[in-house]
Design a protein around this ligand. Structure first.
Ligand SMILES: [Zn+2]
Length: 237
């Protein structure tokens, strides 16, 4: 364990955290996840900061456009940089009296996950196309800037997020699911109903007041505004 800590400190000083062992879990399988995962001090578990937060990390399972778990995702708890998590709490505090809670589908994303996406894009597998990119090819996903090789998720300042109703736990109808890589997922899309679009705006307005900005092509994607520094991390979640 001492060797691991020394290596973490070293790479932190270098500015970019590299997962020195392949994944901590694989090398220390006795201790529970929360204790065996070493977070950089500028990061935190979001559910420690945001009351009533729900999480369903799509890339930790198979319910995503690749159809399997993505490299680097081990645990089930969302992680963000502390400044992003603090801002998210402001959004949650505004939405709670209105009867809404936040659900996170992705937050910090290891850089190796981006490499995994790219490796998948070079395979012939299109098994998830009908559900996730019905009007695009894999090449179109990249050309349309739904995915790139670098992500602000890997900087720890971006979240894929939606709303649920506190009264019954049901997801709010946004007119499409997470990672539906499609023109109808544009926040202002007129392919969804006015009520669905109003729900997108409810989320957007609260997030903007909390300091986030929306990616207009994806109603669920937000990044913390005016935050520095930006560089990708690669520790396993
Ligand atoms: Zn995103």
């Amino acid at each position: 364990m001492r060797k691991w800590n020394r290596r973490v400190s070293h790479v932190l000083c270098a500015g970019v955290l590299i997962c020195a062992t392949n994944c901590v879990q694989q090398h220390d399988s006795v201790r529970p996840l929360a204790k065996r995962t070493v977070l950089p001090e500028e990061f935190c578990y979001v559910d420690d900061e945001v009351p009533q937060l729900r999480a369903d990390l799509k890339y930790a399972g198979s319910d995503n456009f690749v159809g399997r778990s993505i490299s680097g995702y081990i645990g089930k708890r969302p992680i963000l940089r502390r400044d992003a998590a603090a801002a998210l709490r402001h959004a949650a505090d505004e939405l709670r009296p209105l009867g809404y809670g936040l659900i996170i589908w992705d937050a910090y994303r290891p850089a190796r996950a981006m490499r995994d996406f790219r490796a998948w894009s070079r395979t012939p597998d299109d098994s998830a196309q009908a559900t996730f990119y019905p009007r695009l090819t894999k090449e179109g996903i990249y050309a349309g800037h739904y995915i790139g090789d670098i992500s602000e998720h890997s900087w720890g300042i971006a979240v894929d997020i939606s709303l649920y109703r506190l009264a019954d736990g049901k997801l709010v109808d946004m007119g499409g699911r997470h990672d539906l890589l499609d023109p109808s997922s544009a926040t202002d899309s007129t392919e969804v109903t006015p009520a669905q679009r109003a729900n997108r705006y409810l989320l957007r307005d609260a997030m903007q007041r909390a300091g986030f900005e929306n990616y207009p092509k994806e109603w669920w994607h937000y990044r913390l505004s005016n935050s520095r520094p930006w560089f990708s991390y690669d520790f396993c979640t």
